[in-house]
Design a protein around this ligand. Structure first.
Ligand code: SF4
Length: 246
């Protein structure tokens, strides 16, 4: 724990302060040094249990933000509830798209087919910005082995004045599997049906498939889209949503 946490306007100072930390040690440092200003973003997907388990051991009351797009598999909701109970997480924060956005932009629930980027914007990006309006530090579970825009992922990076923390950036598929076995963590039910990366239910958004080298192969198959927009746009730039906290 540092005597004084670095200000969130100097990436070099932050990188120097936390050099060499990853995994549990990095989460602990963030939870201590930015107490009350940190939240975890979790999809409760195929690989989420590892980071959730680490957080539960460090601080089970750390806020865990879950974006319910209202297009998720029921298995994901059930898995979320099971993990929250099993791990003793006490501060789950569920965010939904607004009724007005759905009514105006996706009245028939088919926006994912005609404009998936805008569908992700109203169902994920805008709720995410609202959810994190009161936090300065976002922990998430991306890994370099996912490839594409994640291949060069840093453990720490500044996005405006928000610090993004990726404690598992250096984990491999084998590291994740070993951790889950060692801690007897349950698998997502759809993982057992061949899904390696699990997002929304429409077939074009999530399909079974994927490999250790490319677990996200089943996401938006047949299109150029690789990210939902809460992290990066398709061209690698961070998406700025229309929402801004008042
Ligand atoms: S993943 Fe598909 S259904 Fe989910 S928000 Fe994005 S486009 Fe819409």
């Amino acid at each position: 724990m540092l005597a004084k946490a670095p200000l969130l306007n100097d990436e070099n100072q932050i990188l120097e302060a936390y050099a060499g930390l990853e995994g549990r040690a990095l989460i602990r440092a963030m939870a201590n040094d930015y107490r009350g200003r940190v939240a975890l973003l979790s999809s409760f997907g195929a690989e989420s249990s590892v980071l959730l388990h680490m957080v539960s051991e460090i601080d089970p009351a750390l806020p865990v933000v879950f974006l319910d797009t209202e297009k998720l598999f029921p298995e994901t909701i059930a898995y979320r509830d099971r993990l929250v109970a099993d791990l003793g997480l006490t501060n789950l924060k569920i965010w939904h798209p607004t009724a007005s956005d759905l009514k105006e932009q996706d009245p028939d629930g088919q926006l994912h087919a005609s404009n998936p980027d805008q569908c992700c914007n109203i169902r994920k990006s805008i709720p995410m910005e609202k959810a994190f309006a009161n936090y300065d530090v976002m922990i998430s579970g991306r890994k370099r082995f996912h490839g594409a825009g994640r291949a060069d992922l840093k453990f720490l990076s500044l996005d405006g004045n928000r610090l993004k923390v990726e404690p598992l950036a250096g984990f491999t598929a084998l590291d994740l599997q070993s951790y889950m076995v060692a801690h007897q963590l349950p698998s997502h039910p759809l993982r057992l049906q061949g899904y390696r990366s699990i997002g929304c239910m429409p077939r074009q958004c999530t399909s079974p498939g994927g490999t250790d080298d490319n677990p996200r192969e089943g996401r938006w198959m047949g299109s150029d889209k690789t990210e939902c927009g809460i992290h990066f746009s398709a061209n690698g730039k961070i998406i700025r949503t229309e929402y801004r906290a008042a």
